[in-house]
Write a new protein. Structure first.
Length: 368
C-alpha cells in the first residue's frame, strides 16, 4: 500500500530572493502563550532569523508568571487585551498580521478596519468551529484576509469548502524532528499527551483501555498534560472502571520527561472528537509509537489502518487489532517502521511559514 504524503512543500531556498527596499515586518498573533499545538508551533518561530523579514510573535493576553487564577480569568474575558493588541500591531507598523484562533481573529478584523494597508492572514487550526463566536468572527475575518493558511487540508476542505484555492496555503505543522526510539518488544503500554479537555475524547480512550486490561491485567496507560476542564471527570471515570492501578495521570511534563515515558510505550492512544493536524500524533509517529486514533481532521490523510496506524472504528475491532499486533512481533515492527518513515520528507513548520511569507511579500511586491 502506498501512503499519500500530507504535504509536498519544499524547504525555503535562502539564496534565491528578490531584493527589497526595506525589511518587512510580520506579526503572528495568538491569544496566549499556552501549551497547545498552535502555541508550540508559533514559539518555534521566535528565534528564526531572516535578512528581509522581521518576524515577531505576539500574545493578546500577556500574563505574568505568578498571576492568580482570578487575574487569569479576568484577563480571559476582558476586552481590554484585545484593544491593547490592536494598538500594539498598528504602532509597530506591521506589513502583515497573521492571526490564529478566534480571539486573535477579532483583533485582525479591528486592525484591518483601522489600518487597511496591513495585510491580514487568517490561520485555521481546526476542521470544525469551536463555538458560534469562532464561526462568526473567523468567516468575517476571511473576507478581510489576503490569504488563508491552514495546518491541514482537512481544516480547509471540511470547514471552508467554498474558499478560493488560490489564496489558501497548507502549512506544515512539524515543529521539530524526533529521533525514533530503539526497537523494543511490543507490550500493552499506552500513552497520551496533550490538553485534558473534552475534545480529546479521553472517556472513549479509557473504555478502549479497560477492554485491553481484561486481556492484559498488567497493561499501562500514561496520560500527560494539563487540566483543560475535564481532568477530575476523567479521573473519576478511571476510578469507576477500576483502572487506578493501570492508568497514571502525570500532569504537565517537560519534553524530556514526556519522551522518557513515551519510550516505555508501544501505542499512542488518542480518540479525539475533532482535530486539525493533530500534532501530538505526528510526534508520536516520529518516535516510533503505533498510533491508535479516531479518523478525524487530517488524521486519515497520514494514518492508514494496519499500515502505519490503527484506526478506531469500534471498541471490539480495535481490541482485536491490538491483540493481533501484540501476538505478532513482525506485524508490529512493520507498522512501527511505516509510522516513522511517514514524515521523513516533510518540511518543518518554520521552513513552511517562511516560504509562505516570502511568496506573500516578495511575489506580491514584484508584481505590484
Amino acid at each position: 500500500m502506498i501512503m499519500k504524503r500530507p504535504f509536498a512543500l519544499k524547504s525555503v531556498d535562502m539564496t534565491d530572493r528578490r531584493s527589497f527596499d526595506q525589511v518587512k515586518k510580520i506579526i503572528h498573533l495568538v491569544p496566549r502563550n499556552g501549551i497547545g499545538g498552535v502555541e508550540t508551533a508559533v514559539r518555534s518561530m521566535e528565534k528564526v532569523k531572516h535578512d528581509r523579514i522581521d518576524f515577531k510573535v505576539d500574545y493578546i493576553i500577556q500574563m505574568v508568571a505568578n498571576a492568580s487564577p482570578w487575574q487569569k480569568w479576568v484577563a480571559f474575558i476582558s476586552p481590554l487585551p484585545l484593544f491593547r493588541a490592536v494598538r500594539r500591531v498598528i504602532s509597530k507598523d506591521a506589513d502583515v498580521l497573521i492571526v490564529s484562533l478566534w480571539r486573535s481573529v477579532i483583533v485582525g478584523i479591528l486592525v484591518k478596519c483601522l489600518s487597511p494597508k496591513i495585510r491580514l492572514v487568517v490561520f485555521i487550526h481546526n476542521a470544525t468551529d469551536v463555538h458560534w463566536l469562532d464561526f462568526i468572527f473567523t468567516r468575517l475575518a476571511i473576507n478581510f484576509a489576503v490569504e488563508v493558511w491552514a495546518d491541514s487540508n482537512a481544516s480547509l476542505s471540511q470547514r471552508f469548502p467554498y474558499l478560493d484555492c488560490e489564496r489558501c496555503k497548507v502549512i506544515s505543522f512539524i515543529t521539530r524532528r524526533f529521533e525514533a526510539f530503539p526497537t523494543t518488544k511490543a507490550s500493552p503500554s499506552f500513552i497520551f499527551w496533550g490538553r485534558i479537555n473534552a475534545q480529546k475524547g479521553l472517556d472513549h480512550a479509557l473504555r478502549i483501555f479497560a477492554e485491553v486490561v481484561k486481556h492484559y491485567p498488567d497493561a499501562r496507560f500514561w496520560i500527560i498534560g494539563p487540566d483543560d476542564g475535564v481532568l477530575q471527570t476523567t479521573q473519576q471515570l478511571s476510578k469507576s472502571m477500576h483502572l487506578t492501578d493501570n492508568v497514571f495521570f502525570l500532569g504537565p511534563a517537560t519534553r524530556a520527561k514526556l519522551e522518557e515515558h513515551a519510550q516505555k510505550a508501544t501505542f499512542y492512544l488518542q480518540t479525539s472528537l475533532y482535530e486539525g493536524m493533530a500534532m501530538s500524533v505526528v510526534e508520536a509517529m516520529q518516535m516510533g509509537l503505533v498510533p491508535i486514533v479516531t479518523p478525524v481532521g487530517e488524521i486519515p490523510s497520514y494514518c492508514s489502518h494496519s499500515f502505519n496506524a490503527l484506526i478506531v472504528k469500534s471498541e471490539k475491532q480495535i481490541i482485536e487489532n491490538v491483540r493481533d499486533l501484540l501476538n505478532s512481533e513482525n506485524r508490529y515492527e512493520i507498522l512501527r517502521k511505516n509510522a516513522i518513515t511517514t514524515w521523513n520528507d516533510s518540511p518543518l513548520y518554520a521552513e513552511s511559514v517562511l516560504q509562505a511569507c516570502e511568496k506573500l511579500l516578495f511575489d506580491h511586491d514584484a508584481t505590484a
